[in-house]
Design a protein. Sequence first.
Length: 283
Amino acid sequence: MPPAETSARLQADLAPMRNGQAAAATAQPAIVCRDVSKQFETIEGERIHALDRINLAVREGEFVSVVGPSGCGKSTLLRCIAGTLPRTAGEILVRDAPVTGPRRDIGIVFQTATLLPWRNVLQNVLLPVEVQGLDRKIYTGRAKELLRMVGLDGFEREYPFELSGGMQQRVSITRALVHDPAVLLMDEPFGALDALTREQMNLDLQRIWAQAGKTVFLITHSIAEAVFLSDRVIVMSARPGRVVAEFDVTFARPRSLDVMGAPDFGQRVTEIRRHLAASGALD
């Protein structure tokens, strides 16, 4: 793709969206899971039933979070969607194409930033470009645009040890977006951060999602975080993980941290917590 086309595409990709939302109002599904089950076998030969007939759909541009008790299979589900873990039964589609292995149209952010310490910020961000054999010259411009978007302009030559935990996660998010995936999967990305940094990262992620226009599927143990960030919250049961409830979140965007003090916000958090308690476990 010529540099001019890439630049134009990037600018369109980063354009702010009405009311902070992507095309979530459309019916086009970005992720579909149909009767997805997953079983593991231990060294001793014991069968562990991690997921049981998961059915869910995530629309293009939607921000969906998944909450549930520890060990319920949330991360297992994310890995199955990513194509890094084969499912035992069922079907997973991403943008109408069956998931049979890792895909270029999916970006993943993990709990820890997993940056390579011997590479600087820009080199870390460009790692997917190198792995996928993309044009480094073209995507270097995209990487720099994304770093500006996440507030890291001027840090391109810094190394991971010179960054705070929150800054490292911004680099990790940028790396997950640099090859222009349609779907961003996030597995408890802020769990290792302190409370204040985590709140700031929630604000940053909301802004990044609004600007980048991606479909986001977030795993989190924080009900409040799920409600603050999401269009919809999916609740899973204890193992074997099943989808037991879904809650729409309709607070206007962009959301400030003040919304967490609103009665309606607290009511939604309480409803989800009660459902988790009724399903048998709370984190």
